[in-house]
Design a protein around this ligand. Structure first.
Ligand code: HEM
Length: 507
């Protein structure tokens, strides 16, 4: 009687048991398995008696994500795993749309493209980080035993963390990983040590917690809890720093804790409006901003490492990008400090934009499935030619990695070809829409779409522009550059070694 039996099954066992898809997830081969299943069976595929995967726009992401399907089914939400401080929810982890949209309304404005592009605080923070930390860190590699050789993944992650926390907490209270290699290593080791332990608590949280509390059997090693606690403490310290800055009568513009300030004021206002007795807003604020800094630094760092890797293997495109960057006024070189070119000018550079967009397409930082649940009344999924009724409470997801591999939309989809975005100038309106908005899904879509997408693009473009205005990069050792098969997909190795050479035109 289960209507999902009419949907092509990814495996003969899929319509009968969830064990098959669980085993696929446990073995970290979900993205590859879904790709093979959709290539063979079409845009709607049954994964278990209560789960489907979609890989189309009409009857797929438009229905599910623009249609506001919730992240939970009333009993369980896959995203609850992203709560911090032992169960304090945040916008990303929240299942119910109503609670989520109240929080999103508090935050959308400060992350909007227009506010970011005209924010004096963000520009001052970015300038200070680019000129005072990022370029000096690059330059210092020439005193290494191997001059100009560096683990670019770590450095880019440090840069994105410093900019994101700079905007959230202000420069004085945010992180300074770029100037402190030991702290950078400390943080990345803690953060990355947890990556392979998500399966049990995320897919089978009840079993995980029963085994631990009743039988004292841990499916997740205790060092993961310790790492979480340390990252939470570190975030709390930045919150305290931001709160102290706000108590001061006067602050430097770059020390403005833009996100912290907005969130704390909005939460206080909401608490007063509903007459809440709750005066300790710190856990809610800290859980929210911890999610932003983690989501923000990790995804942007992953994207940037692939930008650098691709440019290091496409030296012709790298040279064209350097030529484009020479048009900037002032150029982003140490002698221009502290002035940066206007964010709108950076944003409008065509090749820089194409390079970033092509990398977001081919190496999406979140290529894996983004699960939602069908509404109680059920829905129809699949393109017009072949739709299927799916009852309520069924887990359904789409994946950026699969949508971006559609050859009808992105010809030679497996190739990194920034040119495709430059050719769009002359393309028809429909083609443009397909490539730029309908099928481009690096930041998701609908009400739960990435709130930080514009901050991500802002910082990534400045970082790439700063790097290639001063240096040429080639690959030193890229062992493990392949993306992991996971929801957030970093390179398989934490170490990607790049050789820098001073760029003769400006360096
Ligand atoms: C290249 C960089 C980035 C990529 C590819 C990316 C991608 C995404 C995607 C795909 C989602 C939706 C995930 C889902 O529903 O499963 C998301 C949500 C989110 N992202 Fe990003 N993101 C990036 C940067 C950032 C930055 C810089 C921030 C900092 C504020 C951020 C904060 C968030 C938050 C808070 C959400 C949850 C939004 C909500 O629930 O309404 N992201 N991101």
């Amino acid at each position: 009687t289960n209507p999902l039996r009419r949907i092509p099954a990814a495996h003969p066992l899929a319509p009968f048991t969830a064990l098959w898809i669980l085993s696929i997830r446990w073995r970290s081969i979900e993205n590859a398995t879904l790709k093979a299943a959709h290539d063979k069976l079409g845009p709607v595929v049954c994964l278990s008696p209560s789960e489907v995967s979609v890989n189309c726009v009409k009857g797929g992401i438009r229905e599910v994500y623009m249609g506001g399907f919730e992240k939970g089914n009333g009993r369980w939400g896959w995203y609850e795993f992203f709560e911090n401080y032992k169960g304090v929810p945040n916008m990303f982890s929240t299942s119910a749309n109503k609670i989520h949209s109240t929080r999103k309304r508090m935050l959308s404005n400060i992350y909007s493209k227009s506010v970011l592009a005209s924010s004096p605080a963000l520009l001052a923070q970015t300038s200070s980080i680019i000129y005072g930390r990022f370029l000096p860190a690059l330059s210092s590699t020439f005193s290494h035993a191997e001059p100009g050789v560096l683990n670019v993944y770590a450095l880019l992650s440090g840069a994105t963390m410093d900019i994101v926390t700079g905007y959230i907490f202000g420069l004085a209270s945010g992180s300074n990983l770029l100037s402190d290699p030991k702290q950078l290593d400390w943080f990345l080791d803690l953060y990355n040590s947890r990556r392979s332990f998500t399966f049990w608590p995320q897919e089978l949280p009840v079993l995980t917690s029963i085994l631990q509390s009743w039988f004292r059997y841990r499916l997740v090693p205790s060092f993961v809890d310790t790492a979480n606690a340390e990252i939470e403490k570190w975030t709390e310290n930045m919150c305290n720093g931001a709160a102290a800055v706000l108590r001061q009568p006067k602050t430097r513009i770059e020390d403005t804790p833009v996100v912290y300030q907005q969130l704390s004021l909005a939460l206080l206002k909401e608490a007063k409006k509903i007459g809440s007795e709750k005066t300790d807003l710190i856990p809610s604020i800290a859980s929210e901003v911890l999610d932003h800094l983690a989501a923000g630094f990790d995804t942007s760092g992953i994207t940037l490492v692939y930008v650098v890797h691709e440019l290091s293997t496409h030296l012709d495109i790298q040279a064209r990008l350097q030529a484009e960057l020479l048009t900037l006024s002032p150029p982003i070189i140490p002698s221009s400090a502290p002035t940066l070119p206007d964010p709108k000018v950076i944003d409008a550079l065509p090749l820089l934009h194409a390079v970033v967009w092509e990398t977001l397409r081919l190496h999406s930082a979140i290529p894996g499935p983004q699960p939602r649940f069908t509404p109680a009344q059920g829905c129809h999924l699949g393109p017009e030619e072949q739709t299927y009724f799916v009852p309520g409470g069924v887990r359904v997801s789409a994946s950026a990695g699969l949508l971006h591999a559609n050859e009808d939309v992105y010809e030679r989809a497996e190739e990194w070809r920034p040119e495709r975005w430059l050719e769009l100038e002359k393309a028809e309106e429909e083609k443009k829409r397909d490539m730029e908005s309908r099928w481009f899904w690096a930041f998701g879509s609908g009400g739960r779409m990435c709130v930080g997408s514009h901050l991500a693009v802002y910082q990534m473009k400045y970082i790439v522009a700063a790097l290639y205005s001063n240096y040429t990069t080639t690959i030193f050792d890229d062992t493990g550059i392949e993306q992991s098969d996971s929801y957030t997909a970093p390179p398989k190795s934490d170490v990607i070694m790049i050789q820098l050479a001073k760029h003769v035109k400006t360096g």
